[in-house]
Design a protein around this ligand. Structure first.
Ligand SMILES: Cc1cc2nc3c(=O)[nH]c(=O)nc-3n(C[C@H](O)[C@H](O)[C@H](O)COP(=O)(O)OP(=O)(O)OC[C@H]3O[C@@H](n4cnc5c(N)ncnc54)[C@H](O)[C@@H]3O)c2cc1C
Length: 339
């Protein structure tokens, strides 16, 4: 019977990231009859071990120490490699965090195995583990298996429910690692102020702003300052996540009036991101295919556009409001202020 290693790193505060708990649900639930082993990397693993005490793991292995608090390829890869060797698992299930996405493919190479990133589901084909994965910017879904072991599967966030078992007492078996020589040291953390943070992966709503916000309007003038105020006002009140079309984020390069808080990280679409939010509202965006392909995982969609023939009208949105987005968002913001 297969042994499955669930491999997670803790956050610097010792907690487990949400994606790690989702990956644990997959590791527990998708390999009936397999032996589950938990592998933890970080510092002060006691809290994390307590949190997963009831998950049914036969062993909880840990690599712990100051060196493993910060994300760094050399130390992360060394820790993950040691845990994989200690567990001797055929399949490793790990969350697709930026930290693991960077380190684990190299670990698979060191172990003579294979890694697959962006898996969205684990299943079985004729009794053999299989994963689902989207290709060509979420236009095609494939289900694939591998013969090589260990097979490291990095799961995308939002595909499984979080493991939510009762905490309890749990002992961590320490796995020793020869700390590799490192050239990178963390000297501090710089992050944007909370109110500047417009990308909120866990938000219920994705609000997309398109290039129309900066275009000349009915009065013959562009109104980027008002656009900025309306969009930021809505984001503040709704706590929605902000997405953009490519045209809007590219405008800064062309020296046109731009929304100052918009960066290429906000871009949704074929050459942008494919976020997962339950609902989406598109404003001043034409709804062309290279943009809408990034909405693959947004099930409920609405759009506001002056043009009744825009792409959203062609089956890409559930509801299209043929209206002036400035007018609509002024009213929406006024309603939100009242509540
Ligand atoms: C290889 C390739 C990859 C690409 N990748 C991406 C990608 O990842 N993401 C992406 O977004 N695009 C991508 N594109 C570009 C894409 O094809 C479109 O050019 C882009 O999405 C258009 O952006 P837009 O709809 O904001 O702007 P526009 O096409 O300029 O549309 C602006 C819209 O605003 C509306 N409007 C104006 N004023 C108002 C108002 N007051 N109220 C309501 N509506 C108003 C107009 O009617 C118009 O429909 C890619 C293209 C290629 C070729």
């Amino acid at each position: 019977m297969e042994t499955v290693l669930w491999l997670a790193h803790t956050e610097p505060d010792g907690s487990l990231p949400k994606g790690a708990l989702e990956a644990l649900t997959a590791a527990r639930g998708e390999f009936a009859g397999a032996t589950l082993i938990a592998g933890l990397v970080g510092h002060g693993l006691e809290n994390a071990a307590r949190q997963i005490a009831g998950c049914g793991a036969a062993r909880i292995l840990g690599v712990s120490g100051e060196t493993f608090v910060q994300s760094r390829y050399a130390s992360d890869a060394a820790a993950a490699e040691a845990l994989c060797r200690a567990a001797g698992a055929g399949v490793v299930v790990a969350p697709g965090t930026s930290r693991w996405l960077r380190a684990l493919p190299g670990v698979a190479f060191r172990l003579g195995g294979r890694a697959d990133t962006h898996a969205t589901r684990i299943s079985h084909i004729s009794g053999v583990p299989a994963i689902s994965r989207w290709f060509y910017r979420q236009r095609m879904e494939a289900t694939l298996t591998r013969t090589q072991r260990p097979w490291i599967i990095l799961l995308d966030p939002g595909c499984y429910a979080k493991y939510d078992g009762a905490p309890g007492a749990a002992a961590v078996e320490a796995v020793s690692v020869a700390i590799p020589e490192t050239r990178t040291s963390a000297v501090g953390v710089q992050s944007p102020k909370a109110e500047d943070q417009t990308i909120r992966p866990d938000a219920r709503l994705l609000f997309v702003a398109g290039a129309g916000w900066t275009k000349k309007q009915g009065d013959g003038a562009a109104h980027p300052e008002e656009a900025e105020a309306l969009i930021l006002g809505f984001l503040r009140a709704s706590q929605a996540s902000l997405g953009s079309s490519k045209s809007l984020v590219d405008l800064s390069g062309e020296g046109q009036a731009v929304l100052r808080f918009m960066t290429h990280l906000n871009q949704v679409g074929q050459t942008g991101s494919t976020p997962r939010h339950p609902k989406g509202l598109s404003t001043c965006c034409h709804g062309e295919e290279p943009h809408v392909v990034g909405w693959r995982f947004v099930p409920q969609r609405r759009a506001v556009n002056l043009d009744p023939n825009c792409g959203w009208a062609r089956g890409k949105a559930d509801v299209l409001y043929v209206a002036d987005a400035f007018e609509v968002m002024r009213r929406v913001n006024a309603l939100l202020e009242r509540t």
